[in-house]
Design a protein. Structure first.
Length: 231
């Protein structure tokens, strides 16, 4: 937690908002997990932190590492959705490599100790806007003690459902490679909202043609300047 507090989160919030607003004008593709990683990487790098990021590597769930003093802050970047009933829908690990529920829960517990923070960018669809919610949550808050007890899970044909009251819902879905899914109320006390970014749907991808026109115009200007002079 001490390393986490050494990040200027107010500045992170400010720059992330600006970059998401800018990126939304450059692409009609929504911000998802890997593009969210890139946003985090660019913002932290601009903030002059020493950042390590390999887009194609997902070792133990760690997506980005920041060197802070003599330590390393390990970040997992996740994309999610905000549903109409104001809950965060969030996917987590696929657990098919584990044979039993206790083995799955043991992995989740161990993995939480190897991460420092989840940074989540969740997309919410509105009639005229797309709203991006930026959340921060500590990994151990998603695997509280009650969730690590196999007796608190109920198995059915679809998978396993967490029965214990931990403030959110959790399910492991068999047909989705035993993938763990969370449904978390936005007012869950441990889910910290860093920022909300509203993007008008009219602005999404709006700069693409403008940029292409500018690039094409520049190309023709260069070509004309290179043509030999003729009377």
């Amino acid at each position: 937690m001490s390393r986490l507090n050494k990040v200027n989160w107010n500045r992170f919030k400010e720059l992330t908002t600006k970059l998401i607003e800018f990126r939304a004008k450059l692409s009609r593709v929504p911000i998802r997990a890997e593009s969210w990683e890139e946003v985090i990487y660019a913002v932290l790098l601009y903030m002059e932190y020493e950042v390590s990021w390999e887009p194609t590597s997902h070792a133990k769930g760690v997506d980005l590492e920041i060197k802070i003093n003599d330590g390393i802050l390990k970040i997992s970047a996740k994309g999610g959705k905000v549903t109409t009933n104001q809950r965060l829908s969030l996917s987590s690990y696929r657990l098919t490599r584990f044979r039993t529920l206790p083995e799955m829960l043991e992995f989740l517990n161990k993995n939480a100790t190897e991460l420092d923070v989840y940074l989540i960018c969740a997309r919410e669809e509105k009639p005229d806007i797309v709203r991006y919610h930026i959340f921060r949550i500590l990994p151990n808050e998603l695997v509280p003690e009650a969730a690590l007890n196999p007796n608190n899970w109920e198995e059915n044909e679809q998978g396993w459902r967490l029965r214990a009251d931990v403030g959110f819902e959790a399910n492991i879905i068999k047909k989705m490679s035993n993938q763990l899914w969370y449904s978390i109320p936005l007012n869950f006390s441990q889910l910290e909202q860093l920022a909300i970014v509203n993007i008008s749907k009219r602005d999404i991808g709006s700069a693409l043609l403008e940029i292409l026109e500018a690039l094409d115009k520049k190309k023709w200007q260069i070509r004309e300047s290179l043509e030999p002079y003729s009377d």
